[in-house]
Structure formats: C-alpha cells, structure tokens
Ligand binder design. Sequence first.
Ligand code: S3P
Length: 171
Amino acid sequence: MLDLPNLILIGPMGAGKSTIGRLLAAELSRDFLDSDHEIQARCGADIPWIFDVEGEAGFRERESQMIDELTHLEGVVIATGGGAVLREENRRALRDRGTVIYLFTTVEQQLRRTAKDRNRPLLQRGDREQVLREMFALRDPLYRATADIIVRTDRRGPRAVVNEIVRRVTR
Ligand code: S3P
C-alpha cells in the first residue's frame, strides 16, 4: 500500500462521516479520529452541554482548535463535524493537511437519518427541514471548495462508499 496522507471526511449531519470513517480506517489499517468525539472527551461534556453553556461560538472555538490538532497528525482518518468548513482557517487547515473527501447527501436523506436525534443542538431549534435546507445552501459550496473528492452517500450503504473512496485515493 502506498503511503497515504491524512484522509479527512467533511459533509453535513447525517452524511455518515463517523460510520464511513471508522470503516475506512479499518480497511486501510489507519487510526480513526472523530473531531466531535475528541472535543467531548477533552471537555468532559457532551455537545448539547457545550452549546448550552458556551454557545455555538464556544463550540466553534473548540472545534477550530481540535481541527488544528488533528490535522497535524499523520496518516490518519479524520471525521469532522458538519460545521467544520464554516471558518476559513479550518478550510485552509483541512485542505493543506490531507486529502479531503466530501460525503454528499441530500436533505431528504438527512431528514430520515436525523429523525430521532437529540444530540445535535442546531436541529432542536425550529423546523428541522428548513434548518437543513438553509445549511445546505450555505455549506454545500464550502464543502465543494474544500474537497479533493466528492462521494455520494445517499444511494448506497457505507461499505460501497468506503470501497469507492479506497479506489479513488489509492489509484
Ligand atoms: C454541527 C454538526 C455536528 C456537531 C455540532 C454542529 C453542524 O456534527 O459538530 O452539533 O454545525 O453541522 P455531525 O456533522 O457529526 O453531526
């Protein structure tokens, strides 16, 4: 196997970043790190608590710090949170320090996958569909501008998505 750079998964909530990241890392015998998971472990609190106490701004600070730290590792698979591309400094770190893979999904699929979710504070406010559509309009161009590779995850299972990523990054 060729030496691989970091593989960094970006994309919206419900795109499958954590599931696909774990499978991809296992497939390539790499370590897997999930930015949200690391933020929670570092803080000793879950994401809803961080949003409650520190606000979204506090969470975004922690997220930028974590992205900076994780992207300095070598040869790992990293799953980011859906808002990781909002800040230019994050987009630059992601682009410069790995191969960035945009896991594309539709709002319809996101609605199905996040139906019972209580862990994503941004989906607890107002109409979920409207929130997701507004996020898509703002973020899809940012994901595209940051990504080296775009892979759809809405029409097939995680295993098929992983196979496509492996094919495209090792060729
Ligand atoms: C967020 C997505 C979440 C998490 C936080 C904010 C966002 O991660 O980082 O709730 O702004 O889209 P997932 O994409 O893993 O759900």
